[in-house]
Design a protein around this ligand. Structure first.
Ligand code: ZN
Length: 161
């Protein structure tokens, strides 16, 4: 399960609206325990795929290392990544799968239609090794400001504001 507060959830979705019609991408820092990836912060990353930024995303290795180091200084690990799909469903593509290498991390995708964020889904990269990796639909729990938990069942649940 991916757990994050409403503020971070909205920031991820807003990022996709801001970069539309291009993809946005970023890194999720937090803590991982008992099959729960709890997000403490979402770090925006530059999309280095300027050649086709509308359908691919990529975070520069140097930038990733920097984000990881800054996270560790705060006691946080990389627990996931997010990007947007401009005018495409919030489902992972074959490229997304091929470029996913962080086992146990959550890959969050927000569909942005005509500049407005729609569905946000999360996929957990599972498997004992890179060769046997797979994406699994992952529930997203958005913590409301009132501290009560709102559990969303999965991709079929509409969670627009
Ligand atoms: Zn994608």
């Amino acid at each position: 399960m991916l757990k994050l507060n409403e503020q971070i959830y909205k920031a991820i979705r807003r990022h996709g609206e801001e970069t539309y019609p291009h993809e946005c991408c970023g890194v999720l820092l937090g803590r991982s325990a008992d099959d729960i990836n709890e997000v403490e912060d979402a770090i925006r990353a530059g999309n280095t795929r300027t050649d086709s930024a509308h359908n691919r995303y990529h975070i520069a290795p140097q930038e990733l290392v920097k984000i990881q180091r800054q996270g560790r200084e705060r006691g946080l690990d990389i627990v996931g990544f997010y990007h947007s799909h401009p005018d495409h469903p919030a489902q992972w593509s074959t490229t997304d799968f091929a470029e996913a290498h962080w086992l146990g991390c959550s890959y969050v995708i927000t569909a942005v239609e005509k500049g407005v964020a729609q569905q946000t889904n999360s996929f957990l990269l599972t498997g004992p090794t890179e060769e046997e990796k797979a994406f699994a639909d992952e529930p997203v729990a958005v913590e409301q400001q009132s501290d009560s938990l709102h559990h969303a069942a999965g991709p079929e649940v509409e969670r627009c504001r």
